[in-house]
Design a protein around this ligand. Sequence first.
Ligand code: CA
Length: 406
Amino acid sequence: MIIDIPKNSDFSIYNIPFGIFSTKDRSPRAGVAVGEHILDLAAVAELDVFNFNTAVLEKDTLNDFISLGKEITSKVRSDIQHWLQDDSSILADKPELFVAQAAAQMHMPVFIGDYTDFYSSIEHATNVGKMFRDPENALLPNWKHIPVGYHGRASSIIVSGEAIHRPKGQVMPPDAPAPVFRPTARLDFELEMGFITGKNTKLGESVSTEKAEDYIFGMVLLNDWSARDIQKWEYVPLGPFLAKNFASHISPWIVTLEALEPFKVSGPDQDPKVLPYLEYKGEKNYDINLKVGITPENSEEVIICNSNFKYMYWNMAQQLAHHTVNGCNINIGDMYGSGTISGKDEKSYGSMLELAWMGTKPLKMKDGTERKFINDGDTVTMKGYAEKNGKRVGFGEVSAKILPAR
Ligand code: CA
């Protein structure tokens, strides 16, 4: 091995995820994560080993690199895997090609033109339906027929590490005669994963469930921050608006679908039967362990949730097929959120709303304080990895601190 990769690293030889990084003396550019290092792809390109226009590796987003197509991007990934494992390869004795992750700053990996958020966990949709509507009829009649989603806001998607201020907005306190404007008192996270499309379609074209994977470049972790009190007042009839668009964080490394291929599993049975355009063949879910921790200011992290991406009722192929079935076009770099990923077990719920059950079951922190929602000074960290037969492919983390309202 050209460079040491610690055992249990998310960024094993089986992963090779793509991102955009910079250092004191390197402008933002493409790299791949390898163990605790980053392989500088713009620097590798100077060895004249790639047969495409390598200017795409010096851009500050991956969009142009992704637009080369999977034939090229997959080969870059597999070439790197070979070179890293061959001690006499072109990467040998060139420490200048590697940068310590600790010394690098990560940037948004892609320019996201459009962002759609689905609502595809049956456990999450059922929990929310029980709390806000009718415990007997928690799921709305369309839920098992349509991968429900809404168009989100792309401009406020930011990369892990960037602190945000508590948002303010209109809320309607119980029994108040009129709404008030104030900082949200119910700031929440949503544990999600996002997929990034790697191929354009033209207006009028649709993507079938069978072809969907050709259009998906890779995945990231996504924290879809939510202000529950603002949401409750504004969401009828058109859905979330200012309760969601103040910020969403993603992890900086895009893990390719190829890297995730070994971790495919069957999804849950879908009953009633879906319409033909949503039918699919084979395994379309992925076994990805997910966890969420809260670190209060000056205290230690408490893990409050252990979930798994395999629980999703609707898979990514169905989501993309549904999204495009009316001819809606998609672009390289667009992001699609899974929806909050909750499991059956109450420790697998993917939001504070569910974990603390609308504030009725507060969570204990190590400093003795309790949480019904997220406090100022708290850092919320989500991690995810897949592991099978000794092969580990992980996402690193998406982490951000909440600062007081401005
Ligand atoms: Ca969401």
